[in-house]
Design a protein around this ligand. Structure first.
Ligand code: NAI
Ligand code: MG
Length: 334
């Protein structure tokens, strides 16, 4: 029976990488009945909201979605579709594996994971202009939120055979908010004696990621630090065209790349679909389709190792469809 999965194509390069990913999932032999729902700027022009309720309801009903990036205008306009979706569906864990692909950036062989708290922190939307010329953003940190993300990170580490979780914080400065998150992580760690707990201040973590990333194992951190460190991680392994992600809650999960809508290359047909393809691999494993996930991952490794078919972000000349064709052929190779 086909899986019913909500598909949000997004905008910018979204539809290009989404189509490619659908082809790859199909080449891996997984039947999916994609339920397509649109979100983003064009939808806002038509309906007044960039994230109409039926989109949220569809994700809730199917419990699983694959999503392309959605543009969020800076300043006025509307609230981020991504932040709204994550908060409304309580997708509290944003999981971003940072893993090198063969031959892409030989400076490092990175294999680490960032688990980013996805519903609180400075993304809680508590911002106001308290006086003319004085703006305030409130960083929201709760015991519940900090405990469940730490618990998630430790369970993730155990499930994926990783021996260390590093809590990344700035509790030396934000003694109360980051202090609370740190205390919660330490308490959670007590219940997982087989996993080593590391603690690191966020600026030191940024440097460590550049010099010795694997030392951190699984990073667990609040929203903003996780956002920034995951782009740093993308930079370590060849850029945003590569790094996948998953937004996971107790009732639903939305799989999407770390990158945005890339307006500078949108519509040109040469976006790298690898990041969304790898997000789909995470989605397939979440569904229990481990063989299909493994086949796609093996094919990606083979294709990158051979090095002949590369998109422009990685110095090649392949278009999105050239790359996708080559990947599908590799997956289907008997
Ligand atoms: P971006 O990630 O869209 O692009 C940054 C740079 O990376 C650009 O030079 C772009 O061409 C390149 N890039 C990104 N993905 C690529 C791919 N798959 N293949 C080849 N090159 C790729 O970040 P930017 O420009 O800061 O944001 C653009 C818009 O995307 C903003 O409106 C932002 O709010 C939104 N955004 C949405 C996200 C989401 O829907 N989850 C996540 C991040 C940003
Ligand atoms: Mg980001």
């Amino acid at each position: 029976m086909a899986y019913r999965i909500t598909l949000i194509p997004g905008d910018g390069i979204g539809p290009e990488v989404v189509t490619a990913t659908q082809d790859v999932v199909s080449a891996a032999g997984v039947a999916v009945d994609w339920e397509i729902h649109h979100a983003g700027i064009e939808v806002a022009k038509l309906t007044g909201s960039p994230l109409p309720l039926p989109v949220i309801d569809a994700v809730r009903k199917n419990r699983i979605a694959l999503k392309g990036p959605v543009t969020t205008p800076i300043g006025g306009g509307f609230r981020s579709v991504n932040v709204t979706l994550r908060q409304t569906l309580d997708l509290y864990a944003n999981v971003r594996p940072i893993r090198s692909l063969p031959g892409v950036d030989p400076r490092f062989d990175v294999d680490m994971v960032i688990v980013r708290e996805n519903t609180e922190g400075l993304y809680a939307g508590l911002e106001l202009m308290i006086l003319p010329g004085v703006a305030q953003s409130i960083k929201l940190t709760t015991e519940r939120g900090s405990t469940r993300i730490a618990e998630f990170a430790f369970r993730y580490a155990k499930k994926h055979g990783r021996s260390k979780v590093t809590i990344v914080h700035k509790a030396n400065i934000m003694k109360i908010s980051d202090g609370l998150a740190l205390d919660c992580a330490r308490r959670v760690a007590v219940g997982h004696p087989e996993i080593q707990l590391g603690e690191m201040i966020v600026d030191a973590a940024a440097m460590t990621m550049v010099r010795d990333p694997n030392r951190l194992g699984v990073i667990v951190t609040e929203n903003l630090y996780g956002d920034i460190l995951s782009d740093l991680g993308a930079g370590l392994v060849g850029g945003l065209g590569i790094v996948p992600g998953a937004n996971i809650g107790d009732d639903a999960a939305v799989f999407e790349a770390v990158h945005g809508s890339a307006p500078d290359i949108a519509g040109k047909g040469y976006a790298n679909p690898t990041a969304l393809v790898q997000s789909a691999v995470m989605m397939l494993r979440h569904l229990g389709e481990h063989d299909a996930g493994d086949r796609i991952e093996r094919a990606l490794t083979t294709l990158y190792r051979a090095g002949q078919v590369r998109t422009r972000d990685l110095g090649g000349a392949a278009s999105t469809s050239d790359f996708t064709r080559a990947l599908c052929a590799e997956i289907e190779r008997p």
